[in-house]
Ligand binder design. Structure first.
Ligand code: UDP
Ligand code: MG
Length: 321
């Protein structure tokens, strides 16, 4: 028996591209079945994220027409990341591997062949990585690069130039679903899962049709989410600021005293200057102390799994004895 693949596709107002997406993914799925690399029970699962156009009607039509097309419909728009999660959660019960891909065909569907081959070689996580950003604007290219750099400095491990196009094995998906956090930033969470991983390179294309569903505002929000969901480094910056301010206050004290001795000052100036700097420093340090606790609460409330075990033979041996 070959392994079952499910391709999860989030869709938000994608009526223009959907016919082409169904066609292209269908060709690949059937091809892989013919090559006996995946089971003929493999499926495409479209997650309709509260589309306001005919996306769901199309998904329903296609699922009647093709045995391998299935759909899941949200009550309203919950966002791309939630759509991906819902698709994976639904598919994991029946699938041995799951590939997530955007509906707009910007990511080359042919990379699916590489991903499946790598899975068959025993890899649990295959990241789709774009090896060119020629179709992105100069602005998007620069900001993306700066963002990966910043995240790295903040201690967040991302795979550069990979988005939400990837393959996960059943056990990797199950491990990912253990992460209970509400603020989803899947591309930051997947590397936390561990397991053997590989990369599948492909060129990124233009959107096949329709407009981007990620306008600049949404994009910035998502980027900030990535930082604040994964790093407490910004809180720790407050402590550094506090220490700097307190150091300045000590220097100020010396300066003010000298000025006072030399008689260059009017009354009230000395005490005012010292108070301003000293109080500022004390306040910043106090805020950072509270921040440290908030940071601890932040990591605790996520209830992330402490570890994922890849292999273990203790239980097996104990049961045999
Ligand atoms: N999407 C979604 N819900 C949303 C926004 C987007 O499911 O609220 C889907 C969309 O249909 C597409 C994918 O997420 O399949 C990526 O969106 P898009 O291609 O517009 O983003 P971009 O490639 O421009 O960053
Ligand atoms: Mg896109």
């Amino acid at each position: 028996m070959e392994d079952i693949l499910t391709i999860v596709v989030p869709c938000y107002n994608e009526e223009e591209v959907l016919p082409e997406t169904v066609k292209e993914l269908g060709v690949i799925l059937n091809d892989l079945v013919r090559q006996e690399k995946i089971s003929e029970r493999s499926k495409i699962l479209f997650v309709n994220d509260g589309s306001k156009d005919r996306t769901w009607e199309l998904i329903s039509e296609y699922s009647e027409k093709y045995p391998y097309v299935t759909g899941l419909k949200f009550t309203r728009n919950y966002g791309h990341q939630n759509a991906l999660l819902a698709g994976m959660k639904t598919a994991v019960k029946f699938s041995d591997m799951i590939i997530t891909i955007d509906a707009d065909l910007q990511d080359d569907v042919n990379a699916i062949y590489q991903m499946v081959d790598q899975y068959l070689d025993g890899v649990d996580v295959v990241y789709g990585v774009r090896n060119s950003r020629d179709t992105d604007t100069f602005f998007k290219k620069r900001t993306a690069l700066a963002y990966y750099g910043l995240m790295k400095k903040l201690g967040v491990n991302l795979v550069p130039d990979s988005a939400d196009y990837r393959l996960l094995s059943k056990r990797a998906t199950e491990a990912l679903l253990q992460y209970q956090e509400r603020n989803l930033f899947l591309r930051g969470m997947v590397p936390l899962v561990g397991y053997r991983s590989a990369k599948a390179y492909y060129p990124r294309k233009e959107r096949f049709a329709g407009k981007s569903k990620y306008p600049l505002g949404k994009m910035l929000h998502f980027a900030l989410d990535g930082i604040t969901s994964f790093s407490i480094a910004p809180i720790q910056l407050i402590l550094i600021l506090g220490i700097i301010t307190t150091t300045i206050s000590i220097l100020m004290m010396v300066y003010v005293l000298i000025e006072k001795i030399l008689g260059h000052v009017i009354s009230g100036w000395s005490s005012l200057m010292i108070s301003i700097w000293l109080l500022g420093g004390i306040q910043l340090i106090s805020v950072s102390v509270i921040g440290e606790y908030v940071g601890k609460i932040f990591t605790e409330v996520k209830h992330r799994p402490r570890y994922n075990i890849e292999d273990e033979n203790y239980s097996m041996k104990m049961e045999k004895d």
